[in-house]
Design a binder for this molecule. Structure first.
Ligand code: UDX
Ligand code: ADP
Length: 484
């Protein structure tokens, strides 16, 4: 088989960028991305794409209408395709067995059933969505139980390793492409076909082939290891605050050991995003299901530490503001789960803001990319409040950071947007209530400069002594309680 047509079911954060880059790098292949959501497809077909990814606009513009198409006609795209990516969402289950931990595979299953129903010739089906180990087995089972006569399927696992904000770069220059397949001549042939697609731009040594289960588990393990590094440095950050060490210095010293490496050691208010939490919980659930409670407990700690870190940060804000934020105004800089994305899924900002709102704070929120509607939706969801009306009364969303800080008691930086480093904080200080506080949950600001200006400055993994604060600003700081 020579792959001429590819279909991707799911035009989301994964399917959209992945298939746009495939279309860009493989002009000999026709790529059709389908979705059941008419709105999503309409957005992909418009000038303003539904997701923000640096470099994506250019890629889509070049290929759309040439060999890249977005459509809601799922049946036709499946029928015509030689290879089908399943890139639908696999959220954490919110009901029934495994609630709150297991991945919900209902959308993946729906795709498998649809493929079996409409396919009229042999297809390679590629599981791109993150799934539990052995999900390919279930997909294969559904496909073969429902297929038409003389139609056969090969199911491959090809997990994505895209980080938001750098998805296009990750696709163009991947550390590795992982392809798992059945250990049989047919499986090998299917793996070779998919490798051929990536071979258009990825060096052969970077295309790793494994058995299906290893591929599925590698995806979960990779995200668990990355999340574990963030939780490890965040655990050390709490120790730093209690002992006088500086977590940036510790991270730098630790990271210079080439066996450890320097990446993912940036202490923060906590990790967010659609993958880390979900994949960790999924791993925990799988370990429990195969009766490995020690393994489950080990990985559970990584997510527990993350909850501890963001709770610790919001408690610190309240404590520093003289143990009450009721009716105080706090400017929140950043709501996305990290910079260069408009995505807020599992963003630590949701939890820190909810905590502060519970304490009665008024929040003036500014984020350069997140839509106001999204912020409102996140803060009023049933997961974080039982009183959405009260929340909406306490929240104001701004499009100008200087407006957001007017008459505020404090600024809390919750996302590491580069532009936050460039603001005129002297000017901000002049229009804030005094004493003015700044809580840098991402360690991106020039703390010494802020202290000198007169900000009471707090950050993750480092304590500025009260003497230093007073010396630098020449001002008297009222006592505040601090429990290390
Ligand atoms: C992640 C994985 O990196 C990617 O390979 C996978 O396929 C999807 O999940 P993503 O969620 O987009 O990607 O973001 P990532 O850059 O990994 O950051 C995750 C979270 O950890 C963010 O909230 C980020 O701010 C936080 N983080 C990351 C830290 O707090 N400190 C760090 O040192 C690194
Ligand atoms: P991810 O981050 O995994 O890409 P998203 O939620 O961004 O997840 O995107 C998943 C997309 O899959 C959504 O746009 C959703 O409408 C689509 N989808 C889910 N189930 C189906 C289905 N059965 N058929 C077609 N599209 C689907």
């Amino acid at each position: 088989m020579v792959i001429k047509k590819v279909c991707c079911i799911g035009a989301g954060y994964v399917g959209g960028p992945t298939c746009s880059v495939i279309a860009w790098k493989c002009p000999d292949i026709q790529v059709t991305v389908v979705d059941k959501s008419e709105l999503r497809i309409k957005q992909w077909n418009s000038e303003k794409l539904p997701i923000y990814e640096p470099g994506l606009d250019k890629v889509v513009k070049e290929c759309k209408g040439r060999n890249l198409f977005f459509s809601t006609d799922i049946d036709s795209a499946i029928k015509e395709a030689d290879l089908i990516f399943i890139s639908v969402n696999t959220p954490t289950k919110t009901y029934g067995i495994g609630k709150g931990r297991a991945a919900d595979l209902k959308y993946v299953e729906a795709c498998a059933r649809k493929i079996a129903e409409v396919a009229e010739n042999n297809k390679i089906v590629v599981e791109k969505s993150t799934v539990p180990v052995r999900a390919a087995e279930s997909i294969t089972h559904i496909l073969s139980a429902n297929r038409k006569l003389n139609v056969s399927f090969q199911v491959l696992s090809n997990p994505e390793f895209l980080a938001e904000g750098t998805a296009v770069d990750n696709l163009l220059n991947p550390d590795r492409v992982l392809i798992g397949g059945e250990e049989s001549p047919e499986g090998d042939a299917a793996v070779a076909e998919l490798s051929w697609i990536y071979g258009h731009w990825v060096e052969a040594e970077k295309i790793i082939t494994t058995n299906t289960w290893s591929s599925e588990l590698s995806k979960l393990a990779s995200n668990a290891f990355l999340a574990q590094r963030v939780s490890s440095i965040n655990a050390i950050s709490a120790l730093c605050e209690a002992t006088g060490a500086d977590v940036s210095e510790v991270a730098s010293a630790v990271g210079q050991d080439s066996r450890i490496g320097s990446k993912f050691l940036q202490a923060s208010v906590g990790f967010g995003g659609s993958c880390f939490q979900k994949d960790l919980l999924n791993l925990v659930y799988i370990a429990e299901c195969v009766n490995l409670p020690e393994v489950a407990n080990y990985w559970q700690q990584v997510t527990d530490m993350n909850v501890y870190q963001r709770t610790r940060f919001s408690k610190r804000i309240v404590e520093c503001l003289f143990n009450t934020v009721t009716d105080k105004t706090l400017a929140v800089f950043g709501f996305a789960f990290k910079k260069n994305t408009g995505d807020t899924r599992e963003s630590p900002a949701i939890y820190v803001c909810s905590h502060l709102l519970e304490e009665g704070a008024r929040l003036n929120i500014f984020d350069p990319k997140v839509e106001p509607k999204q912020i409102e939706q996140d803060l009023t969801s049933a997961d974080v409040t039982s009183d959405p009306e009260r929340v909406l009364n306490l929240v104001n969303i701004y499009s100008d950071p200087y407006e957001a800080v007017k008459d505020a008691h404090a600024i809390a930086v919750l996302t590491e947007w580069d532009e936050f480093k460039t603001y005129n904080y002297e000017k901000m200080l002049s229009i804030m209530k005094k004493p003015a506080f700044i809580f840098d949950g991402r360690k991106i600001l020039d703390h010494q400069a802020l202290i000198k200006m007169g900000f009471h400055t707090e950050t993750i993994g480092k304590r500025f002594s009260r003497n230093a604060l007073q010396r630098a600003s020449g001002e008297h700081f009222p006592a505040f309680s601090w429990t290390p």
